[in-house]
Write a new protein. Structure first.
Length: 212
């Protein structure tokens, strides 16, 4: 049995990742693809426990290095217990965030640096990476305005200063530039349905599946 494909959706706060991930899963299932939706931080029991420490509480709850270590601990649990078994069984996996978020949030946003995060990635995940990463790009002020309308209490990162969010956006765009074969950027200010249509077209071009 051939391994499944691993697709990740990335972007800053309020970019619409969760919405587009759900729509993508529905579209792939409509084409007959067996899909596992998941998220980060989280996606496995121990990883979900770590998530609570990261997305709640004071903005300065962790040092940037501690945050990155916690995120990769959660990611390793996610990888070993959820992602890898699904892919090996032939299922596709669609994840709302993955390793690029740590590079953008901690590497760029918190200024730990690209090399620091890349070395940590190699130590925990080796050379593993998604088959396709969709980066939803939105100006920070627009994304934060959207995020403020949610009833979600997991707002620790939303409360970080505007300069952090600008570095975050710049980081995601730099990640896309450095990894153009894997990443694609979509304008997240577009209508939800237009974004979904764009993603379906991308899935067809990059992965050969005409998602309905």
């Amino acid at each position: 049995m051939a391994n499944g494909k691993f697709i990740t959706l990335e972007g800053g706060e309020g970019a619409g990742k969760s919405t587009q991930a759900k729509l993508l899963v529905q579209a792939l299932e409509g084409f007959g693809v067996c899909v596992l939706p998941t998220r980060e931080p989280g996606g496995a029991p121990a990883a979900e426990e770590i998530r609570n420490f990261l997305v709640n509480g004071p903005v300065d709850r962790w040092t940037p290095a501690s945050e990155a270590l916690l995120l990769f601990a959660a990611r390793l649990e996610h990888m070993e217990n959820t992602i890898r078994p699904a892919l090996t069984s032939g299922r596709w996996v669609v994840s709302d965030r993955f390793a690029d978020s740590t590079m953008a949030y901690q590497g760029y946003g918190h200024r730990l640096g690209v090399d620091w995060i890349a070395n940590l990635h190699r130590l925990t995940l080796g050379d593993f990476s998604p088959d396709l990463t969709i980066i939803l790009d939105i100006p920070p002020e627009a994304g934060l305005a959207r995020a403020s309308q949610r009833s979600d209490s997991e707002d620790r990162y939303e409360r970080m200063d505007p300069a952090f969010h600008q570095r975050l956006r710049d980081g995601f765009l730099e990640i896309a530039r450095r990894n153009s074969k894997r990443c694609a950027v979509v304008d997240a200010t577009l209508d939800i349905n237009k974004i979904h249509d764009w993603i379906r077209t991308l899935i067809h071009k990059r992965l050969g599946v005409a998602a309905k």
